[in-house]
Design a protein around this ligand. Structure first.
Ligand SMILES: NC(=O)c1ccc[n+]([C@@H]2O[C@H](COP(=O)([O-])OP(=O)(O)OC[C@H]3O[C@@H](n4cnc5c(N)ncnc54)[C@H](OP(=O)(O)O)[C@@H]3O)[C@@H](O)[C@H]2O)c1
Length: 382
């Protein structure tokens, strides 16, 4: 097992709860999570809570405290963790296949002793089996990563087999309380019969700009330069990320469906896809051929006093992702910019749906959502 000689001097207040945290993935979201944990020390202390970070991994390596049962990285080390990971000397790193073996070892140990929160801030589909084992050891898991929840229904069932020990708020709408709100509504016996949402900040922005008469190509290029899109904007325009979020919501409603059951409308045809042309060619020439079609659809919607939005719809037996004409005066119709908006319809929220709106992406916001999930699990720790 990897060791780090420096250990935190954290002392546990008599009445405090300690949550050991093992972080998978230290990219944009993971790094911000470490920052938030350090920044919230005083706040958490007032709440009687200590977050003890025992391990941090990326795709190749894992850095662990020497004594996972009682130790935690000190704050200065947390803030410098990536610099230290690439240095040698005081840190011994676990690499390759040993990473998974060691995480499972730690989960086995802490699952029995104090419990452990394993936080998945990767974008990998490969963490699912490890997470299932971690849950079996009695540990908790918190996900920003959508992929473990959008794998096969069997894997999904295993993951959520103990629903009290899993949180995944940030997988849909980043820090927005979408999952929590749906769970509350369902738990009150109020059946949800329709969810419709704009769950991509990029596509929300793109569609509201198109409503103002701009061309798809010019808006996508502007969005890319503002950092709103993925490096290859086709990752946004394909609708696949929205489909993953739709699947998470549909499964939350109890639907036993897979990704293949979702109708997904991509905003570009196969011949303009990554297998046929480079990102540069798509942005230089390919995307121009999409302008007219989208413009005509936006104009047609406008002539019916509607607007075009890229949404997911979960209703009846339909889980669909794509362009829809929506009333201008609805919450989704009024959407401007990159906010996420979700309308939830149930018996109680019938004529007037529950509406959740706000920033639905960003490392800072997403990490805050993950931290809130960790804190929400505190009652399971002693
Ligand atoms: N950023 C947002 O606005 C946002 C919003 C909601 C949800 N999310 C989700 O949050 C997750 C993280 O996003 P991000 O923007 O932080 O991604 P990112 O910057 O690409 O970071 C991903 C991290 O995961 C690591 N990783 C990959 N495979 C791994 C594995 N098998 N085990 C351990 N670590 C692994 C990567 O390590 P290497 O560097 O070694 O490859 C990298 O450190 C994603 O699933 C994303 O969809 C993000």
């Amino acid at each position: 097992m990897a060791t780090v000689s420096r250990r935190s001097e954290m002392t546990k207040a008599t009445s405090s709860i300690t949550i050991p945290v093992l972080l998978l993935g230290c990219g944009g979201v993971g790094r911000h999570l470490l920052h938030h944990i350090v920044a919230c020390r005083d706040l958490h202390s007032k709440m009687g809570l200590v977050l003890r970070v025992v391990g941090v991994s990326d795709s190749r390596s894992l850095l662990l405290v020497d004594d996972v049962a009682t130790g935690g990285f000190e704050d200065a080390l947390l803030t410098e963790i990536f610099r230290l990971k690439s240095s040698s000397g005081r840190c011994q790193l676990v690499k390759g296949a040993e990473v998974t073996t060691n995480i499972i070892k730690v989960a086995g140990l802490l699952g029995k002793l104090t419990g452990l929160s394993v936080v998945d801030c990767t974008a990998s589909p490969e963490t699912v089996h490890m997470l299932t084992k971690v849950i079996d050891f009695g540990c908790c898991i918190i996900l920003a990563n959508k992929k473990p929840l959008t794998c096969t229904i069997e894997d999904y069932d295993s993951l959520i087999s103990n629903i009290r020990r899993i949180r995944f708020e940030s997988t849909v709408g980043a820090g927005l309380p979408i999952i929590a709100s749906i769970t509350r509504v369902l738990g009150s016996g109020d059946p949800i019969y329709r969810i419709i949402g704009s769950l991509s900040g990029t596509l929300g922005y793109v569609m509201s700009e198109i409503e103002d008469g701009k061309l798809l190509s010019e808006v996508v290029l502007a969005a890319k330069s503002l950092g709103y899109t993925e490096p290859d904007p086709r990752d946004d325009l394909s609708g696949l990320d929205v489909a993953r979020k739709a699947l998470i919501l549909a499964r939350l409603l109890g639907w036993r469906i897979d990704m293949d059951d979702i109708q997904v409308e991509s905003l570009y045809p196969k011949e303009l896809g990554p297998n046929s042309m480079s990102t540069e060619d798509f942005l230089r020439t390919g995307i121009l051929s999409l302008d007219r079609g989208i413009q005509e659809r936006a104009n047609a919607a406008s002539s019916r006093s509607k607007v075009l939005r890229y949404v997911c719809v979960i209703e009846g037996s339909r889980c669909q992702v794509g362009l829809q004409e929506l009333p201008k005066d609805s919450p989704l119709g009024r959407l401007r910019g990159s906010d996420n908006v979700v309308e939830i319809y149930s018996r109680c929220y019938n004529k007037s749906p529950m509406v959740i709106q706000g920033a639905g992406a960003g490392n800072d916001t997403t990490a805050a959502g993950v931290l809130a999930d960790i804190v929400d699990l505190q009652d399971l720790f002693h």
